[in-house]
Design a protein around this ligand. Sequence first.
Ligand SMILES: CC(C)(COP(=O)(O)OP(=O)(O)OC[C@H]1O[C@@H](n2cnc3c(N)ncnc32)[C@H](O)[C@@H]1OP(=O)(O)O)[C@@H](O)C(=O)NCCC(=O)NCCS
Length: 164
Amino acid sequence: MSPTSFTVRPLVYEDHEWVLEMVRHWGGTDYIVSRGRVIYAAELPGFCAKTADGETLGLATFEVTGEECQLVTLHALTRFAGIGTGLLTAVRDAAAAAGCRRLWLITTNDNVDALRFYQRRDFELVAIHRDLREVARRLKPSIPLVGEYGIPLRDEIELEMSLR
Ligand SMILES: CC(C)(COP(=O)(O)OP(=O)(O)OC[C@H]1O[C@@H](n2cnc3c(N)ncnc32)[C@H](O)[C@@H]1OP(=O)(O)O)[C@@H](O)C(=O)NCCC(=O)NCCS
């Protein structure tokens, strides 16, 4: 893949509308469900990746709670061009600067590309929350039964990175 030139910057108030549009576009609703909890991702702090002429290439949102930071969403609109890595690095640095000890996230059992991506970037699997997508479906009925690569979408997988 040819190199894509982009910069990563924190989200600002003026970004809110398009961030909400992205969250809706990716998930069908204003919220995501993670470990049985509804999270309005567009209300969270985050980072975006943009080209020099303002085109959006990616978005990450996160939530700091005490000494933990959850990476809530991470999306690269152009894949395999370093955008996901750039956004992840920005969230990790923000979490460390906020004094967090742990950066964690939830992905799903079908998302084998993300499992590869995170494990090659210092995340470790810490838990498989079996069948938790069923709970998520009660809160968000649009979550499909079948995910990436035709894999049944059942479990939430928790990964973490130690920040100290
Ligand atoms: C996961 C995701 C954020 C990664 O972002 P990205 O910008 O594509 O990632 P990068 O370019 O920084 O790194 C790409 C990785 O994919 C690999 N890759 C390249 N071509 C690939 C291909 N055809 N298939 C699979 N992986 C490929 C690269 O080698 C690199 O991984 P490696 O360093 O382990 O080899 C992105 O794929 C995405 O938005 N996925 C959909 C949303 C999602 O699942 N988000 C995570 C939810 S928890």
